[in-house]
Design a protein around this ligand. Structure first.
Ligand code: SAH
Ligand code: SF4
Length: 430
């Protein structure tokens, strides 16, 4: 979502005549798009902001703006800690950023604009895509779930879906502009439509998008396990365009912890959904988010998390150490877990998941797989890099004119995070 928002900020400013600088040193305006999901992200942001103090002194005309969730949550703290900041804008105030910058340029004082409710969907703003072939498409913003550890509902507000027609029209426009792959975004895409149509229309939306000519790959993130219904699994299973990849954050394996987290499913419910997915969608990849060290997590609870990881056999996982976020219920819980215990569990979890990721990738060696070629590899200029429908990175030697084409790659090597292969056949896009 942050990547999407950054693209909108860039698009908005480009439309007003600004150009992207080659590096932060060359920039006359620096905009931070911040994340506050974990303390570490927030600390890094404050560190980076502080690093600009001397430069602002030397270059008073430099404009420093801060948006995103830290801005939304910390309001005054940013000006207090970093008085050299010119603009603080909330998660719903992006549309007005151009005006704010112009006011500062005209010599007015620092500006802070933060509203609690959304007025303009950021998707109606001009965008500037980082990649020609791919676009992020938010379908629902905000979150109503209030998992007890999570700051997102506090910074992003309540769920608000976009009408189906708006989404289809946007995707048609994107495809006309060369996009072949989209990623639908939402904190919980499965509840798409509930606020405006009374019930979820996510499966319907997927089927409508499937009909758009020229669109090749439809991805989405994130699915809340409590809402991943059979019709969504069915839509993926029966589709040529909806990619066989489901990101299904489990967070924890223990029923007691899941309950305190307010996730609204049990370990058994979750594993049943996983079983259904594997049975219905051949070759599907399954990824997840997992957290260790939630307040009250005993060794036995943690063993349930490891057990889910063994049973679900994720292709990969984003793993996190619980980080108390002020304003959430979990931050106030008194049975916080000591840092060394959290660190030990994190290491054990990562080790297990890495083993499984490698094992799953090894199963693909020898197979011929459809890859969308994205770019020349950053690490090795002789190699191209692309992605499978299951969202795995594949590197292979090949000519640069294959970029933005589809190819069949024979997988020759498996690594934990990526695959290597050789070109077998170039497919034509039609
Ligand atoms: N809407 C998504 C998650 C968005 S936040 C979902 O429900 O799955 C992305 C991930 O950050 C979460 O899945 C969770 O694993 C992690 N996370 C959120 N709050 C956290 C916290 N306080 N400490 C550590 N990890 C956290
Ligand atoms: Fe946070 Fe839970 Fe909402 Fe995801 S579903 S954004 S974890 S509150």
């Amino acid at each position: 979502m942050n990547k999407h928002d950054s693209e909108r900020v860039a698009g908005l400013l480009r439309e007003r005549g600004y150009m992207q600088a080659g590096s932060p040193e060359d920039a006359q305006i620096i905009i931070f798009n911040t994340c506050t999901v974990r303390e570490h992200a927030e600390e890094r942001f404050f560190g980076n902001l502080n690093n600009l103090r001397a430069r602002k002194k030397a270059e008073p005309e430099l404009i420093i703006a801060v948006g995103g969730c830290v801005a939304q949550k910390e309001r005054e703290l940013i000006f207090k800690k970093a008085p050299h900041t010119d603009i603080v804008f909330g998660t719903h105030n992006m549309p007005n950023l151009g005006h704010m910058i112009e006011s500062v340029e005209q010599g007015r004082q620092a500006i802070c604009e933060i509203t609690d409710a959304i007025e303009v969907m950021p998707t109606t703003l001009p965008g500037m895509r980082e990649e020609k072939h791919h676009a992020w498409v938010p379908i629902i913003i905000g979150c109503n779930n209030f998992c007890t550890y999570c700051i997102v509902p506090h910074t992003r507000g309540r769920e608000l879906s976009r009408p189906v027609e708006d989404i289809l029209a946007e995707v048609e426009r994107l495809v006309a502009d060369g996009v072949v792959e989209i990623t639908l975004l939402g904190q919980n895409v499965n509840s798409y439509g509930r606020d405006i149509y009374k019930k979820s229309k996510f499966a319907r939306l997927l089927l409508e998008l499937e009909k758009i000519k020229g669109l090749r790959r439809i991805r989405f993130t994130t699915s809340h396990p409590k809402d991943l219904t059979d019709d969504i699994i069915g839509a993926i299973a029966g589709s040529n365009k909806i990619c066989e990849h489901i990101h299904l954050p489990v967070q924890a394996g223990s029923n007691a912890i899941l309950k305190t987290m307010n996730r609204k499913y049990t370990k058994e419910d979750y594993l049943k959904t996983v079983e259904k997915i594997y049975a219905a969608i051949p070759g599907v990849s399954l990824t997840t988010d997992i957290m260790v060290g939630f307040p009250g997590e005993a060794e036995e609870d943690f063993l349930h998390t490891l057990d889910v990881v063994e049973k679900a056999r994720y292709d990969s996982a984003f793993t996190f150490i619980f980080s108390p976020r002020e304003g959430t219920l979990a931050a106030k819980m008194d049975n916080q877990i000591p840092a060394p215990v959290k660190a030990d569990r994190f290491d054990r979890l990562v080790k297990l998941q890495n083993r499984i990721s490698l094992e799953k990738n090894m199963e693909l060696v020898g197979r011929d797989i459809e890859v969308f070629v994205e770019a020349v590899s950053k690490k090795n200029r002789d190699m191209l890099t692309g992605r499978t429908r299951t969202n795995k990175v594949v590197n292979f030697p090949g000519p640069a004119d294959l970029i933005h084409k589809e190819a069949i790659i024979n997988i020759t090597e498996a690594h934990t995070w990526f695959l290597k292969g050789k070109l077998k056949e170039v497919l034509s896009l039609n």
